[in-house]
Write a protein that binds this ligand. Structure first.
Ligand SMILES: C[S@@+](CC[C@H](N)C(=O)[O-])C[C@H]1O[C@@H](n2cnc3c(N)ncnc32)[C@H](O)[C@@H]1O
Length: 221
C-alpha cells in the first residue's frame, strides 16, 4: 500500500486533548520497558533529547524511570507543549529536569552531548523521513544511544481499519481519524532500513515489536 502523508504538526485543540487524554498505557509502558531491555547499559543517563515530545506522557514515564536525566523536549506544536506543561505541573521535581523547546525538528540545533536521543511516534508525521534521520545523525556524538519507536504502515486499508477497531475503538472520533491517518503515513520496516542506510546510520538495528510498531536502536559510531 502506498504511503499517504498526514499533517506534520498536531495543532488542533480537540485533537491535542484527545491525544493527551487517550489511554496509551500499553504502548508507552512498552516504550520504557523496551528501552531498558534493548539499551541495558544506559543506567546513568544525564542528557537526553526527546524529539516530538507531544502531550508529555512519555516524558513523565521516562523521567520516573531515569531520575538523573535532564531532557530537552522538542515539539513543534505550541498546543501540544501547553498540554505537556499542564500535565507535568503536578510533578515539580520532574518538570525542573525538562527543558521544553517549541521548535520544528528541522530547525532545532544544540551543542549538548546527548547520552540518549529518543522519539516515539514522530517519524511517521514527517513528509521527508531524511529530516528525521539526518537530524539524529547531526545531533548524536559518538557513543550516543538512539532509541526510536514508531508505527509501521499496514499492508492494506482494511488492515488499517482493523487496527483502529482493535486499539482505539473507545476513543473520540478525532483520535480514531488521526490513528488511521498515522497508519497510512507510517513507513514499512524495509523503508526504514533503507532510510537508515541512506543517512549513514546503518549501525542502528531495527525490529518489529508488535503488530503495529517497530523500534530502531543502537549506539552511534
Ligand atoms: C503522535 S505525536 C507523539 C507524541 C509523543 N512522542 C508521544 O509518544 O506521545 C507526534 C508529535 O510530533 C509533533 N511533530 C510532528 N512533526 C514535527 C516536526 N517536524 N517538528 C517537531 N514536532 C513535530 C506533533 O506536533 C506531535 O505532537
Amino acid at each position: 500500500m502506498k504511503r499517504v502523508t498526514e499533517p506534520e504538526l498536531m495543532t488542533e485543540r480537540e485533537q491535542v486533548e484527545a491525544y493527551g487524554n487517550a489511554d496509551f498505557e500499553e504502548p508507552h509502558s512498552n516504550f520504557i520497558k523496551l528501552l531498558k531491555e534493548y539499551c541495558p547499559e544506559i543506567t546513568n543517563l544525564r542528557s537526553v533529547l526527546d524529539l516530538g515530545s507531544g502531550a508529555g506522557d512519555i516524558l513523565l514515564r521516562f523521567s520516573k524511570a531515569y531520575p538523573l536525566a535532564h531532557i530537552d523536549a522538542v515539539e513543534g506544536s505550541q498546543t501540544m507543549l501547553q498540554f505537556a506543561e499542564g500535565l507535568l505541573s503536578e510533578y515539580s521535581g520532574i518538570k525542573m529536569r525538562i527543558r521544553f523547546v517549541n521548535s520544528m525538528l528541522q530547525d532545532f540545533s544544540s551543542s549538548t552531548d546527548y547520552d540518549l536521543i529518543m522519539s516515539n511516534s514522530l517519524l511517521h508525521h514527517l513528509h521527508n523521513p531524511s529530516h528525521f534521520w539526518d537530524k539524529i545523525k547531526e545531533l548524536s556524538q559518538p557513543g550516543a544511544h538512539i532509541f526510536i519507536m514508531d508505527l509501521m504502515r499496514p499492508g492494506s486499508l482494511e488492515e488499517a481499519r482493523e487496527l483502529v477497531r482493535t486499539y482505539v475503538d473507545g476513543e473520540p472520533e478525532i483520535l480514531r481519524r488521526d490513528f488511521y491517518n498515522s497508519l497510512l503515513a507510517a513507513f514499512t520496516i524495509n523503508e526504514v532500513r533503507e532510510h537508515l542506510a541512506e543517512a549513514g546510520l546503518g549501525e542502528l538495528q531495527t525490529e518489529q515489536i508488535s503488530d503495529r510498531h517497530f523500534i530502531a536502536f543502537g549506539t552511534c559510531r
